[in-house]
Design a protein around this ligand. Structure first.
Ligand SMILES: [Zn+2]
Length: 171
């Protein structure tokens, strides 16, 4: 019988951290398409993260969403609040490449998700719709921003960075 060698905990953590997010996306960056194509390549997969569309700094983390859901729907049973928080938090998670995550997290323009959950009018379904709408529009803005900045960075790379780095390698 073939045995699978045990992975060190850090490798297990890495595998688990993106597993369900990448399972949903096929491990393709939701903003720029990095990692796409019929074949999943190891080196590309290695550079993909499971990111937050609305960053944690804007209330997009699971704990922050849980707190906001509990405050907004304190009358709901705990298991319903938990299910809602999990659903909203999952909707906010996507596969992103390092570039799109780095730039997008720093420039993301979105409402604070905690404030939105606490203040959105209506019932659970209405709040859910408002949150999903905010996530979708933030996703679109992040894709636009990362694309245009990427082109500016590419021009600078071709103008000076590439040559400079290649000189370093050959000196
Ligand atoms: Zn990307």
């Amino acid at each position: 019988m073939k045995t699978i060698p045990a992975l060190p905990p850090v490798a297990v953590d890495w595998l688990e951290s993106g597993r369900w997010v990448h399972a949903a996306s096929g491990a393709i960056c939701v903003y720029c398409g990095f990692g796409g194509g019929p074949q999943v390549k190891f080196e590309e997969w290695l550079h993909l993260r499971s990111g937050h569309v609305i960053p944690k700094a804007l209330g997009g983390g699971f704990r922050q969403i849980s707190r906001a859901v509990s405050a907004r729907f304190s009358e709901l049973p705990l298991r319903d609040r938990r299910a809602l928080a999990i659903e909203l938090a999952r909707s906010n998670r996507v596969t992103a490449c390092g570039w799109c995550e780095y730039v997008g997290d720093r420039l993301a323009v979105s409402p604070d998700l905690g404030t939105l959950i606490r203040n959105a009018p209506g019932d659970v379904e209405a709040v859910k719709a408002a949150v999903l709408d905010a996530i979708e529009s933030t996703k679109g803005r992040r894709a636009d921003q990362t694309r245009s900045i990427r082109e500016a960075v590419r021009r600078e790379f071709e103008r000076s960075v590439q040559r400079q780095l290649e000189r370093t390698r050959t000196s």
